[in-house]
Design a protein. Structure first.
Length: 233
């Protein structure tokens, strides 16, 4: 999996690319087309071996059964810089999605969309590049403020930018009494729909099934890639 020749290699280039792409994000629901096949994507790293593995797992929204899965292995595309993680992950994620034989109606990313300092986290970046409907479901709120939602499943509170007062996402309780997840718009989706989709995918656990399956698959694939690159005695 080669890194694209024009992929940013410096912080300045990456920041400029985020500023260029940000106006292209569509933070509203699109035409309401069918939303039956939903993919989860996730990434695992081995920095010592300069190795990144991405997984894409396609689920049936009604049953939450796995329909298809794919992985991609490659070199890490960008150094670790907070706020620019998409540039490390996206080449591998794009390859994993391309390896699926069916196109997802929606992609759920383990990370942020508009809940990002420059409003272009991984989910939004991926959506703009591919044209797919995307949303982000993160485990932590990054730099934004929120109150704790009520304890009941489905409760939520706004995730806000203290500098502007803008609602950039929501803290959503997917399990009663369990800490919330942080949902934000990626591309071609509104925030209400992003929350509804998250709750529909998180029927038994805190995290959506898309994220759970993709996380497990990319960790297994990373372990296999590490074994393949370990010299035998």
């Amino acid at each position: 999996m080669p890194i694209p020749a024009d992929w940013p290699t410096t912080e300045a280039q990456a920041l400029a690319e985020q500023e260029r792409l940000r106006p292209l994000v569509q933070a509203v629901d699109d035409d309401g087309s069918e939303d039956r096949l939903i993919a989860g994507v996730d990434v695992a790293y081995d920095d010592d071996r300069d190795l990144v593995v991405a997984a894409a797992v396609l689920l049936d929204r009604d049953t939450l059964d796995v329909v298809e899965e794919a992985t991609a292995v490659g070199r890490i595309a960008f150094p670790y810089i907070p706020g620019l993680l998409a540039f490390r992950e996206l080449p591998a994620v794009l390859d994993a999605l391309a390896a699926l034989t069916r196109t997802p109606d929606t992609v759920v990313c383990d990370g942020y969309g508009l809940a990002h300092p420059r409003r272009l986290g991984l989910a939004s970046h991926l959506g703009v590049l591919t044209g797919l409907r995307t949303l982000g479901v993160a485990k932590t709120p990054f730099t934004f403020d929120h109150r704790e939602p009520d304890a009941e499943r489905g409760s939520w509170t706004p995730l806000t930018d203290s500098a502007t007062g803008e609602e950039v996402g929501r803290a959503v309780r997917t399990r009663p009494g369990v800490k919330p997840v942080y949902v934000s718009v990626g591309h071609r989706i509104g925030l209400d729909t992003a929350v509804t989709t998250t709750l529909d995918l998180a029927r038994r656990y805190r995290l959506p099934e898309t994220t759970r399956h993709a996380d497990s698959l990319c960790r297994r694939a990373l372990a296999e890639a590490q074994r393949a690159r370990t010299p035998s005695n």
